[in-house]
Design a protein around this ligand. Structure first.
Ligand SMILES: [Mn+2]
Length: 225
């Protein structure tokens, strides 16, 4: 069983230019699909770019067999399609974009920009997106995506965040909160740390998605008829 928690709020302006989607594959309920996008601020269309990018990722990923999404080249294809979709929309600007799936003890995905995916296993925490590049951005039609993949252990958690989280919470504190609090509480702690001390305001849009192995006990097998 997998549980998903998420929090997304605008920071410093009324419109949230971050976007995320997380859902299971329609043909494979054990395959969780997740994407996060951070629309480029300071220019028109950032919010639209991020939203379109996420919608495109889910549309294409849901049409791709779950078995194929277990291989990194599939994510390059899925994210390239999103880059093209955003580039083809005259009102959309630029965005970061990451997408991944979690299935059968493994995470596989790809990214462009400066949003991040962190894998917390029992023994360690690994930032999976360290190799990604920022330019050209998603929405240019020529973004370059960097793949990642890793095995999950029994107590795994995956944290996907925009730069409004890692920049203002800090990597160590962000990882510490994800290790010491469960579910939504971990995200709430992170948001508290990102807020300015006096005004309580966020300095950037803040989006964090936490996917985790559920603490729920495994259901007992149905009694034999
Ligand atoms: Mn941001």
């Amino acid at each position: 069983m997998v549980e998903v928690h998420a929090i997304s709020e605008p920071g410093g302006h009324p419109v949230n230019e971050d976007a995320y989607l997380c859902e299971y594959h329609p043909a494979a309920p054990d395959c969780w699909l997740c994407c996060v996008a951070d629309g480029q601020g300071g220019r028109a269309g950032g919010e639209r770019a991020a939203r379109l990018a996420c919608q495109s990722v889910m549309q294409v990923a849901c049409r791709t067999p779950a078995g194929m999404l277990a291989a990194a080249p599939a994510w390059d294809f899925v994210l390239q399609a999103a880059d093209q979709a955003v580039a083809g929309d005259p009102q959309a600007g630029f965005s970061t974009l990451l997408g991944f799936c979690i299935r059968r003890g493994r995470i596989v995905g790809a990214s462009s920009g400066d949003s991040a995916v962190v894998l917390l296993n029992r023994a360690n925490a690994i930032v999976l997106t360290t190799g990604q590049i920022k330019n050209p951005p998603v929405g240019s039609g020529s973004a370059v995506f960097t793949a990642f993949a890793a095995d999950l252990d029994e107590g795994w958690r995956v944290l996907a965040v925009t730069d409004g989280v890692w920049k203002y919470v800090g990597w160590d504190q962000m990882i510490g909160e994800a290790q010491s609090h469960l579910g939504q509480a971990a995200l709430g702690e992170m948001m508290g740390l990102a807020r300015l001390p006096r005004s309580g305001e966020l300095q950037d849009d803040f989006t964090a998605v936490l996917v985790a192995a559920s603490a729920e006990p495994i259901a007992a097998p149905a009694p034999a008829a």
